[in-house]
Write a protein that binds this ligand. Structure first.
Ligand code: SIN
Length: 506
């Protein structure tokens, strides 16, 4: 086993770091409903902690199902006027919101690092990525065209138009506290829908800061509502958002298990549903690949956000003829590139996991892998010198077989199991052997293989000779139990629009 030497141990005081945010009006602790900052009707709050220090950074309004009902009422009232605004009006408001997010990038990134642990440069990248959806859908609003259908009768004309679906319930995860909201809300608002968002209880501050900027951009009251709640209130709030008759569409990013439950709840009132659920991405290195490029891309793909990404490489398959060579190149790069520590410490690019529970899941998976015969090649433990914070070393596992539970479980952490394969046919079968299909990656310079494998992988997104595929211009989403619906791209706005056919008899 190689010893990992990449820990940065600088003592951070989370509240002192919070105080460095320039624009204090971006730090909001109440919910945002009907254009006003409001407390929970129970008066209850829940605590938010910095995962890099475990220190509390504040308390936020703990909304319950009754509070959410009020937010849905506000969104329903606002829908009556928002749906009638012109695409150009909505586009201009979204453009102003985009500009404000970009001009407040540094404060938003600092806030995100403090509540979610993401290293500052990466958090800043997420703010830009998040803003790009507001910009993109502001532009797409003006291009939500319908059709004129050639009629089979000379006496009729046929027109197809697109209309907003109505009030949307949105439930988002902690791993992208800004971008998972903007990717949905940008499309919804552009289409003419109004929204009620339940952000993750670990990361409500980023969501609330977006409300402050939306208000400044001129988003009318009731159009964008954010209802934070504790882990305890989450099931009731989720139930309200998926069963309330006024909600016409639910959009969720999170685990497959929760996605199935929310979809079943939403079926009672036949809501439209978009589900961006768990992945278990294969990352395949063929013998003809450029091994340095593949190793470089694996570092970015696997360890982005400390492995807490739905599209992270989860199962790495390397051809037997280049296995040892690839593993050693990759391990050298991991040690050279990654620095673990608090996300606000200089030079750190690998932060903590979100909670103790996340950490324990990784430890449990690692133990079961080792029990099944895998060998730790690098990392494998909590870093000794980082006493506080949910840190775990980037970990490479070798000699991994399909008997290891990680061959079919999503990891959502910095464990990198490397499997061996011998043929293209075999690796495609193994890559497709899981019930989910979000992203997949492979490395090859053979053009025939590029098409064969890209077509054969049962996933919604494929990276060929790259480990980074996310952008606002491309359709993001999965197949099989990774869910349905597409976010971003020109397809994303359709998720928030109904098609209406009009037959005119002359
Ligand atoms: C996710 O992990 O759900 C989103 C990742 C991305 O947008 O790249």
């Amino acid at each position: 086993m190689m010893a990992a030497q990449f820990t940065v141990n600088i003592q951070i005081k989370s509240l002192d770091e919070l105080a460095k945010i320039n624009d204090k009006s971006l730090i909001q602790s109440q919910a945002y409903v009907d254009g006003r900052w409001v407390s929970a009707s129970s008066g209850k709050t829940f605590d938010v902690a910095d995962p890099g220090t475990m220190q509390k950074i504040g308390s936020v309004a703990d909304m319950d199902a009754d509070d959410v009902r009020r937010a849905i009422d506000a969104a329903s009232r606002a829908f009556e006027s928002w749906k009638s605004t012109t695409a150009k009006e909505r586009s201009l408001i979204l453009r102003r919101w985009f500009d404000l997010i970009i001009s407040n990038k540094d404060d938003l990134a600092r806030l995100m690092t403090l509540e979610g642990g993401k290293p500052l440069a990466e958090a800043s990248g997420e703010v830009v990525y998040g803003a790009s959806f507001i910009e993109w859908f502001g532009e797409e609003a003006k291009r939500a065209y319908g059709d004129v259908v050639p009629s089979p009768l000379s006496s009729t004309r046929m027109v197809v138009m697109k209309q907003p679906v109505g009030v949307v319930g949105i439930i988002t995860p902690y791993n992208f506290p800004n971008a998972m909201i903007t990717r949905k809300v940008g499309a919804a608002l552009a289409a003419g829908c109004t929204v009620v968002v339940r952000p993750a209880h670990e990361t409500p501050y980023s969501a609330l800061a977006l409300c402050e900027l939306a208000e400044r951009a001129g988003v009318p009251r009731g159009v964008f509502n954010v209802v934070p709640c504790s882990a305890e209130n989450t099931p009731d709030v989720g139930k309200e958002l998926t069963t309330n008759e006024a909600i016409r569409k639910v959009s969720f990013t999170g685990s497959t298990a929760v996605g199935k439950m929310l979809t079943a709840q939403a079926a009672g009132t036949m809501k439209r549903v978009s589900m961006e659920l768990g992945g278990n991405a294969p990352f395949i290195v063929f013998a003809d690949a450029d091994l340095d490029v593949a190793a470089e891309q694996l570092v970015a793909c696997k360890f982005r956000n400390s492995g807490q990404t739905c599209v992270c490489a989860n199962r790495i398959y390397v051809h037997e003829s280049v296995y040892d060579d690839f593993v050693s190149r990759f391990a050298v790069l991991v040690e050279k590139r990654l620095r673990i520590g608090h996300g606000l410490s200089e030079g750190v690019n690998f932060g903590p996991l979100i909670t103790e529970r996340g950490l324990q899941k990784i430890e449990d998976q690692l133990k079961r892998a080792v029990d099944a015969g895998a060998r730790v090649f690098l990392g494998g433990k909590r870093p000794d010198i980082l006493a506080a914070g949910y840190f775990f070393e980037p970990t490479i596992l070798v000699d991994v077989t399909d008997e290891v539970p990680m061959s079919c479980e999503e990891t959502f952490g910095p464990l990198c199991p490397i499997f061996k394969f011998s043929s293209e046919e075999e690796v495609i079968r193994r890559a497709n052997s899981v019930p989910v299909g979000l992203a997949g990656y492979f490395f090859s310079r053979d053009i025939g293989r590029v098409f064969r494998v890209a077509e054969a992988l049962e996933v919604g997104m494929v990276g060929v000779n790259t480990g980074i595929i996310s952008t606002e211009v491309a359709p993001f989403g999965g197949v099989k139990e990774s869910g349905f619906g597409r976010e971003g791209s020109r397809y994303g706005i359709d998720e928030y629009m109904n098609i209406k056919y009009i037959n005119i008899s002359l």
